[in-house]
Design a binder for this molecule. Structure first.
Ligand code: C2O
Ligand code: CU
Length: 456
């Protein structure tokens, strides 16, 4: 595959398409569709979608309200929907094989749950998610604060990364390529925003925007910079920061992570937008903002978003400490693969398509990684002994990083773990049920980096 972002470049005037406005009771139909992900001139892509669009329909509800959607499975394979980052009723978490049976083709499943926390969330398939999410089964879920922040506009930017055959427009198969699974995961050759290769926006100098960035990619970690705007981070993974943090330098967004920014447009005639780095060195436009006018800028930094409930710090004096060694992955080509880790016979695991292990287990097992009593405080040490970064995600509850000095980081549901840099997370296990803890590089999750905890 020689296709890259630059190969796709040129002659593209991508106009923003209006977002579908769906009523609260509408079904969510998992269906095949054909979508122009690649620039014009290249073939359209046969996708699996929610409602025929990439991303799926924007679902937007007020904080404290309910999401009520009937999943209709019009695909030829079983599927289910996970509502990423929501402190959800366990039965609605959408994990096939753990919290529900996958919905067979032609059948339906009614999702109906309360949303206690405002913020930027997303939903995606959680049945064979490595393939189903890669084929397009994801969408945005926004829970609105009762009092929105003082901004001129609220924009969603869902970042994705597709691996396409430029001759046919189809996704490159197989999805279970051992080289991808055992290395960095499935990274694409075409990066896009809101289902488009060249996503453009318009804004006026002086305008203040809320930008909701979501990384829906299977494996790509985005390094981003603001261009022609100044900004503040106001929320991570949906959860407001106590104090907005001025953006300086690079914004790193691991798969499944979200960041809410409030930005002031400072460029007077361009360029402005979001830049991304493919190699850590050179920056290119990911989102172009064209300047259409001027208005008087605000002269104060944004106020914090209103706090969500349930943000109390976990009491570490009571905490149970758990250790999660992360092992596996290939260091070289598959024939001469050198597997990290000394506690497991990876040769045997490879025979069943498993390349990774969490706490000595490769893949979902009958017994959870931890049995927790409701209300118990836990700290988990994530010890990444692999050669790759991993975006570790806990379902059902947000956690905080416990920093070296004992201070606690902001609430998150997904955290980037860097090789040979152990990190610790802590949370109060206050949501009963069976909750996955897995890498959100979905090829890794499918080949060993998936475990679960039980809270009862
Ligand atoms: Cu967004 Cu189990 O995942
Ligand atoms: Cu991983």
């Amino acid at each position: 595959i020689t296709l890259n972002r630059r190969a796709f470049c040129g002659g593209l005037a991508g106009a923003a398409i209006a977002r579908p406005a769906w009523a609260a009771t509408d079904p969510l139909i998992a269906q095949k569709a054909s979508v122009q992900l690649a620039p014009e001139g290249y073939p359209a892509t046969p996708v699996w979608s929610y409602g025929g669009s990439i991303p799926g329909p924007l679902i937007r509800v007020p904080q404290g309200g309910r999401v009520t959607r009937r999943l209709v499975n019009d695909l030829e394979v079983p599927t289910s929907v996970h509502w990423h980052g929501i402190r959800i009723d366990n039965a609605m978490d959408g994990v096939a094989g753990l919290t529900q049976d996958a919905v067979p083709p032609g059948e339906t499943f009614d999702y109906d749950f309360a949303v206690p926390d405002a913020g930027t969330y997303w939903y995606h398939a959680h049945t064979n998610s490595m393939e189903q999410v890669a084929r397009g089964l994801s969408g945005v879920l926004i829970v609105d604060e009762a009092t929105p922040p003082d901004v001129d506009r609220d924009e969603v930017l869902m970042l994705d990364d597709w691996l396409l055959d430029p001759d046919t427009g189809s996704f490159v198969e197989p999805f279970t390529h051992p080289m991808m699974m055992s290395h960095g995961g499935r990274t694409g050759n075409l990066i896009g925003v809101n289902g488009q290769y060249a996503y453009r926006m318009q804004a006026e100098t002086g305008e203040r925007l809320r930008l909701r960035l979501i990384n829906a990619a299977n494996a790509r970690i985005f390094g981003l910079k603001l261009d022609g705007m100044t900004g503040w981070t106001v929320a991570l993974d949906g959860m407001p920061l106590d104090t907005p943090e001025k953006v300086s330098g690079e914004i790193v967004l691991a798969p499944a992570q979200r960041v809410d920014l409030i930005v002031d447009i400072t460029a007077t005639d361009g360029p402005a937008g979001l830049l991304m780095s493919l190699d850590g060195d050179t920056w290119e436009a990911l989102v172009d903002v064209s300047i259409t006018g001027t208005r008087p800028p605000r002269d104060t930094a944004p106020a914090p978003l209103p706090a969500n409930p349930n943000t109390a710090l976990p009491d570490l004096s009571q905490a149970r400490a758990l250790d999660m060694v992360m092992e596996g992955g290939a260091m070289a080509g598959m024939d001469s693969a050198l597997f990290q880790g000394d506690r497991l016979d990876f040769r045997a695991l490879i025979d069943r398509g498993q390349f990774w292990a969490l706490a000595g287990q490769a893949g979902l097992s009958e017994t959870p990684f931890a049995e927790l009593s409701r209300g118990e405080v836990v700290r988990v040490r994530l010890d990444n002994r692999t050669a790759f970064p991993h975006g570790m995600h806990l379902h059902g509850m947000h956690f905080r990083e416990v920093r070296a000095d004992g201070a606690m980081g902001p609430l998150r549901d997904t955290i980037l773990s860097i090789p040979n840099t152990p990190l610790e997370i802590a949370f109060t296990a206050d949501n009963p049920g069976k909750w996955l803890l897995h890498c959100h590089m979905l090829a890794h999750a499918a080949s060993g980096m998936t475990t679960w905890i039980n809270v009862s």
